[in-house]
Design a protein around this ligand. Structure first.
Ligand SMILES: [Zn+2]
Length: 295
């Protein structure tokens, strides 16, 4: 068994991987084994939970699960005051800097959670956007009139999208290349995949100490070169664009979320955001990840 584990191939590039160590779940009483590829640096939870319906339940989306910082219901019910609006605005600006947003632009937000980005983009741009999500949160979003596709509806739209976004999605998926290949089938040739996920590179030799490693839910960890390789394998041309217009708003949301702030306020609006975002990105390098163009 030990022998088998020591030769486990990398889920991205199939090269040999090595054990990084064990991380105790903070929410479940379970030990998770982390491994890393010696060729592409992909790091992953080798024994992930797979009972998705139980993990991503109502409690999870209410912030009563492994990620206590989540406030999906609050964001759905209070879009004008949630700090999440900075992320929505930032993502729209980033995508708009790469692709024209016209009435003919078809955009899918894959793994859209509560559909907040979908609702924001529908109100603030001309693009046609819809979301894909499953489970309890998808029904909540539909209840607010947000168009959330089922898996069958999504399959029927293969090859029709100009843009797919996947915001903090890929780290939840144990086979990320398969997920990227599936997303590739949804796009037109030349279409854009914009995704966000944590950057493992600043934590290269201390991955177990990275707060992003919440092993019940986050199971796949990428450095920018690793993500570029995965994108290439899935039929994308990766491109490094760095800090695009809008990224400061995405960073602003991340900083506020990690501070535990849920609503915008007079106080936070007075903070020197360009400086704070510069400092945060210098440390966490979230803007270093590539985007993907469907080949
Ligand atoms: Zn690898």
């Amino acid at each position: 068994m030990t022998e088998l584990a020591s030769t486990q191939p990398c889920p991205v590039c199939a090269s040999p991987t090595r054990a990084l160590g064990v991380k105790q779940g903070g929410f479940s009483a379970r030990a998770f084994m982390l491994r890393q590829c010696q060729a592409c640096a992909f790091a992953y939870v080798a024994n992930p939970l797979e009972n998705y319906a139980e993990i991503y339940d109502e409690k999870y989306y209410r912030g009563q699960g492994p990620d206590a910082m989540l406030d999906y219901l609050g964001e759905l019910e209070h879009p004008a005051t949630t700090v999440r609006q900075y992320e929505w605005r930032g993502i729209q600006d980033i995508v708009h800097s790469l692709v024209p947003l016209t009435p003919h632009t078809k955009w899918l937000d894959y793994g859209c959670g509560n559909g907040g980005l979908v609702r924001h983009v529908r109100a603030a741009s001309a693009a046609q956007i819809e979301g894909f999500e499953e489970g309890w949160i998808a029904d909540q979003a539909r209840g607010h009139g947000i168009p959330i596709l089922t898996r069958d509806e999504l399959a029927a739209r293969a090859g029709t999208y100009d843009v797919v976004s996947a915001i903090e999605v890929i780290e939840h998926i144990p086979d990320p290349v398969a997920a990227l290949r599936m997303i590739r089938t949804l796009l037109k040739p030349g279409g854009l995949l914009f995704l966000t996920t944590g950057n493992a590179e600043p934590y290269r030799n201390k991955l177990l100490g990275w707060s992003y490693v919440i092993p019940e839910i986050h199971v796949s960890f990428f450095e920018p070169d690793t993500l570029a390789r995965a994108l290439t394998l899935a039929g994308f041309r990766p491109e490094l664009r760095g800090a695009m217009p809008g990224y400061n708003d995405v960073l602003r949301f991340k900083i506020l979320k990690n501070l535990g702030a849920r609503s915008t306020s007079f106080v936070e609006r007075r903070l020197p955001w360009p400086l704070l975002c510069y400092a945060a990105d210098k440390r966490y390098r979230v803007t270093a990840h590539p985007i993907g163009w469907a080949v």
